[in-house]
Design a protein around this ligand. Structure first.
Ligand code: G1P
Length: 307
């Protein structure tokens, strides 16, 4: 926890880079994830990782840095040109429009490897050489964030807008039932104030996977971050925390009081695709929002539920 002494102002700089930690083994989805990365599991017809990259691009981010591991090359392939596929589609006079979101400008996809699974903090630190000396975004692709159709944009777009106002470090948060907090990073909230399209809360404490009775609130970190590059030096020295892993949350806690730190309450929907039920919920919810599927899926659900 920090006191409320004035923070060193950090000059906002455009967020150009995003880190996607995707080295996890996806054991919760075995056997589906034995030979394919969990980030390639589709919600309808887009792999999870694609939603995160689309959200990054919508926020003006250009360079995608994947922290991968062994057996994860399908993620990098997904954003490459599939030569045979495209040649065959062209021969058959098929439009390639559907592949458009999988294209990144040359040089804008970078993969680094996390050789050993030492935790989220360690994964982010593996990208330090690519991130360099500028603020950057982090996306945990398990957390699927869908913006509202009101112009406020996706989660990272809302964060980038808030960043332009306050600079420093930002995380997205949301409320969960108190009994669920021990699965997440939890914040101790300070002063809250409304900003364009949502609310901004000062972060005065951060704790990873607390016991329910120790949790400072029921506001959890929901997988989106904008951090200043100084976090890398903190991660370098960071000791193991919850679960015996090097935790990003612990490193961020060291930045409190040194730099501005705010939480953005995302105006939109979040689906926890790290769990099977969350995955099913996301699939159903997104299908019900798609013009080409909604009627059929609604009728199907009604039938299945015997309504
Ligand atoms: C990670 C973070 C945690 C955050 C969560 C969001 O935990 O360490 O702070 O709340 O993602 O999904 P993990 O799910 O990797 O255990």
């Amino acid at each position: 926890m920090s006191d409320s002494t004035p923070r060193k102002p950090i000059r906002p700089q455009r967020i150009r880079k995003a880190v996607f930690p995707v080295a996890g083994l996806g054991t919760r989805f075995l056997p589906a994830t034995k030979a394919i990365p969990k980030e390639m599991l589709p919600i309808i017809d887009r792999p999870l990782i694609q939603y995160a990259v689309d959200e990054a691009r919508e926020a003006g981010i250009e360079q995608m840095i994947f922290v991968t591991g062994r057996g994860k090359t399908a993620i990098v392939d997904h954003f490459d040109i599939a030569f045979e596929l495209e040649a065959t589609m062209r021969d058959r006079a098929k439009t390639l429009e559907i592949l458009e979101p999988t294209r990144l400008a040359p040089g804008n996809l970078i993969a680094v490897r996390q050789q050993v699974p030492l935790g989220l903090g360690h994964a982010i630190w593996c990208a330090r050489g690519i991130v360099g000396d500028e603020p950057f975004a982090i996306f945990l692709p398990d957390e699927l964030m869908i913006g509202q159709n009101d112009g406020s944009g996706g989660c990272m777009k809302q964060m980038v807008d808030a960043y332009a106002e306050v600079g420093g470090n930002l995380i997205s948060v949301l409320e969960v039932p108190r009994e669920e907090v021990s699965s997440y990073g939890v914040i101790a909230p300070g002063v809250k104030r409304p900003v364009r399209g949502g609310a901004l809360t000062e972060v005065i404490g951060l704790v990873e996977k607390p016991r329910v009775e120790d949790a400072p609130s029921n506001l959890i970190i929901s997988g989106r971050y904008i951090l200043q590059p100084e976090i890398m030096a903190v991660l370098e020295r960071q000791r193991k925390g919850a679960g015996g892993e090097i935790q990003l949350t612990d490193a961020m806690a060291h930045m409190l009081g040194e730099q501005a730190f705010h939480a953005v309450t995302f105006a939109g929907k979040r689906y926890d695709c790290g769990s099977k039920t969350g995955f099913v919920e996301a699939t159903l919810a997104l299908a019900l929002e798609r013009e080409d599927m909604a009627d059929e899926v609604r009728a199907m659900a009604t039938r299945l539920l015997g309504l």
